[in-house]
Design a protein around this ligand. Structure first.
Ligand code: SF4
Length: 247
């Protein structure tokens, strides 16, 4: 089977929690997030390869415990994603999939077939067409509903997962929207706030958003105090706020 392929990072210590992994990038995405820095993966030309080309490359690497499949949006290529996950599991590897959440049945199918061990779900704003359309660049009433459906599938499964959100000034940092988002992200137990930095360029070249300081992210983390909140920044890596809801 062919897959629209973006590349491989052979070794990563940050993409699968507590594991050494390889990272496989798939091309194409159904979102147009203005802040996206994977511009080539989203809008670049296709590069079709056989699934086995990727699997054979990964198999040669005996330093890894896990493989992370990311994008773009990997669930857009549901059949190829299924085959990749199957073959990585046959190799004895842990499999993590990063998703924007808009293909709940694709993720459910992987879980039901025991082909994924960890899912990182983008949860980019409050579950509302206006807020979600602003941050994804795709006006749609159904996308936020599908993201929430993906979260509910993960929450009722036995696999590990996290919800994560890059905070982008002007797009999803309004305090009232963040409060609503904190409500909507239930029943997730883990929420990761990520640092937006425009250094790598953005899908919308006219986006004027500034880098968010780690201090500001820590302030925003207080909105999510009912969860185990993590702040992930380029400034100091990952900081865990284990909140009790009482500060
Ligand atoms: S940031 Fe948005 S546009 Fe970019 S790959 Fe992720 S979901 Fe797609």
């Amino acid at each position: 089977m062919m897959v629209n392929f973006g590349g491989i990072v052979d070794i990563s210590t940050v993409d699968y929690p507590d594991k050494v992994s390889s990272v496989v990038f798939l091309r194409g995405c159904n979102f147009r997030c203005p802040f996206c820095y994977n511009v080539d993966l989203v809008d670049g030309p296709s590069q079709e390869v056989e699934v086995d080309f990727i699997v054979d490359s990964i198999k040669k690497n005996n330093l890894i415990d896990a493989v992370v499949i990311t994008g773009g949006e990997p669930a857009l290529q549901s059949d190829a994603l299924f085959e990749l996950c199957s073959k990585f599991k046959q190799c004895g590897l842990l499999v993590k999939v990063d998703t924007n959440g808009s293909f709940p049945q694709v993720i459910k199918n992987l879980i039901d077939n025991k082909l994924v061990d960890y899912v990182a779900l983008d949860f980019k704003s409050a579950i509302h067409p206006v807020h979600y359309g602003k941050v994804t660049g795709v006006p749609s009433a159904t996308i936020p509903v599908r993201v929430k459906e993906t979260l509910n599938i993960l929450a009722s499964s036995r696999i590990d997962y996290e919800c994560r959100c890059p905070i982008v000034p002007g797009l999803n940092d309004d305090p009232d929207v963040l409060r609503q988002q904190a409500h909507d992200v239930l029943p997730s137990k883990v929420f990761v706030l990520e640092q937006f930095t425009p250094d790598k360029g953005t899908l919308d070249p006219n986006l004027k958003a500034e880098k968010v300081s780690a201090d500001r992210l820590n302030e925003y983390a207080k909105f999510f105090r009912n969860y185990a909140v993590k702040v992930r920044s380029y400034d100091y890596g990952e900081k865990v706020h284990l909140s009790c809801g009482c500060d």
